[in-house]
Design a binder for this molecule. Structure first.
Ligand code: COA
Ligand code: MG
Length: 293
């Protein structure tokens, strides 16, 4: 999952447009981008869209962002959309791994009636939307076998803190948000799931988006959420390993294989040990997912 595009779940027009955006995942949103007065109608629009979109031979992964547990909407959202068999659910305002376990139970209770195989509905959690949640980023490891990704958010977090801004004038994140971001990438790695970077809201600023994607990739994120179709191509490009990286990773794997049980080898004048092999294997796995290896 390189690019995950948010699409408001009450907008038939944007939903249709999202399908041809090239995003790996559409996150059909029932939460913050849908007005309170439109929440109930958005469920039906979303379910109809999912059912229709699934009929195509090729379509992005289809996730639904439900409303958070601190509303009384989560169960109704799940009841309305599970029948259309989304690939996954995004949980906003997750407080800790316990919230993911709670969502897991709700999905387990609903999958049989929806004709979904046990455990097939995946979960991505937004894990930094409250200050308290940031202190629980290490709690996702045993939360649920459904959990495939952790992501973070700066907008709700700054509202929870009561801060005036989350970025500096040059666009870089201020300290509390960098901390949340850092703990997210560590929490995802500790849980063995994908680290997904947050949205870049200035959707006309392509250079800024590219910079933020590259920085995230270097630090261990393997995908980023988008809010506008124009952001998808940049995100896909930056999070797809280059041909040179794939070649190098293949050479490392081949050199270790040729060396038998060696812990350390030399390749092109560089010392390589097990962490290099592990990194090369992970890069090749991402390349395979992107269809280029
Ligand atoms: N998904 C699908 N289509 C989208 C889209 C999205 N996220 N954002 C914009 N589009 C469509 C527009 O409808 C428009 O379609 P048209 O050419 O057929 O008229 C086209 O892309 C160009 O849009 P543009 O005029 O540049 O932007 P806008 O002013 O219409 O929309 C936003 C700006 C921010 C309102 C819109 O991008 C959006 O709704 N984003 C998602 C917000 C969201 O889900 N937030 C929650 C997570 S933080
Ligand atoms: Mg939000």
């Amino acid at each position: 999952m390189r690019s995950l595009l948010f699409v408001p779940g009450d907008s038939e027009k944007k939903l249709a447009k999202g399908l041809s955006s090239g995003a790996d995942v559409l996150i059909v949103d029932l939460e913050d981008s849908v007005a309170a007065s439109a929440k109930v109608a958005a469920r039906a629009t979303t379910a109809a869209f999912l059912a229709e979109a699934r009929r195509a031979d090729k379509h992005p992964l289809l996730y639904v962002r439900v409303n958070a547990f601190d509303t009384d909407l989560t169960d109704g959202d799940l009841d309305a959309v599970l029948g259309a068999r989304p690939d996954g659910i995004m949980l906003p305002k997750s407080g800790s791994g316990a919230d993911v376990t709670r969502l897991d139970a709700k999905l387990t209770a609903r999958e049989p009636a929806a004709g979904i195989a046990d455990g097939a509905t995946k979960i991505v959690a937004i894990a930094t939307e409250t200050a308290a949640a940031v202190f629980h980023l290490g709690s996702y490891g045993a939360a649920s076998a459904r959990l495939v990704g952790l992501t973070w958010g700066a907008e709700d977090l700054s509202a929870d803190i009561g801060a005036e801004a989350n970025r500096f004038a040059d666009g870089s994140f201020r300290d509390p948000y960098r901390l949340a971001r850092t703990l997210s990438v560590l929490g995802a790695a500790a849980a063995g799931v994908q680290a997904i970077d947050t949205v870049f809201t200035a959707f006309r600023d392509e250079a800024g988006l590219r910079r933020e994607c590259e920085e995230a990739r270097i630090e261990g994120f393997t995908g980023k959420m988008a809010i506008h179709p124009a952001q998808v191509a940049v995100i896909n490009e930056v999070f797809t390993p280059s041909a040179a990286e794939v070649d190098k990773a293949r050479a490392i794997v081949a050199a270790f294989a040729a060396a038998g049980d060696a812990g350390v080898i030399g390749l092109d004048g560089e010392m390589l040990d097990r962490p290099h092999l592990r990194r090369a294997e992970r890069l090749l796995a991402r390349a395979r997912l992107a269809g280029i290896a």
